[in-house]
Design a protein. Structure first.
Length: 173
């Protein structure tokens, strides 16, 4: 089965060899573009790896099971927070460890219910669901959602990369 990795930043992918890697850049639009590029190559499985900020008591390298869009807010028209207008539901995947994706670096807890925050996973999950492509997502908790987040991220990005590569090369993904 042809598998591709989608990773936002070069620092998060450093040292990964022997796999098709798409460096998306930050944010949901860039993640969508990279996912579509991967799909056009005939990929049947996509793995997203990156860093995330913790809202709840989550640490280390984790597998994400649910995805919500923390930016989608059309409550003024009667939709629920996180619900795309005229679509059913809010979450892709299942409860367990839920990531709230948004196009901002979160420094405070978002209104939408989630355990961690990132900037890409929801978009990738959405495209994979639409095109019936298997999707797995792993995030390294690099910081807590607070005013010190950026400093923590810079220190922890390499730790997450090493742990992810251990899973990847030991065939545990």
């Amino acid at each position: 089965m042809k598998t591709s990795l989608i990773i936002a930043l070069p620092e998060e992918s450093e040292g990964i060899k022997g796999h098709s890697v798409y460096i998306s850049g930050c944010g949901k639009v860039n993640a969508t573009i990279a996912t579509m590029e991967a799909l056009s190559s005939g990929v049947k499985k996509i793995i997203n790896f990156g860093t995330a900020g913790a809202i709840s008591n989550v640490t280390g390298l984790v597998e994400v099971t649910g995805y919500v869009d923390r930016d989608m807010d059309v409550r003024a028209l009667g939709f629920k927070l996180g619900q795309t207008p005229f679509e059913e539901g809010i979450m892709i995947g299942r409860k367990g460890l839920v990531v709230g994706s948004g196009d901002s670096f979160a420094v405070e807890k978002p209104e939408i219910e989630c355990d961690i925050v990132d900037m890409e996973a929801y978009a990738i999950a959405r495209v994979c669901k639409k095109y019936d492509v298997e999707f797995k997502c792993f995030k390294y908790i690099s910081d807590n959602v607070d005013e010190n987040s950026a400093d923590d991220w810079n220190e922890n990005v390499r730790k997450g990369n090493q742990l992810f590569q251990e899973l990847l090369y030991e065939g545990k993904i």
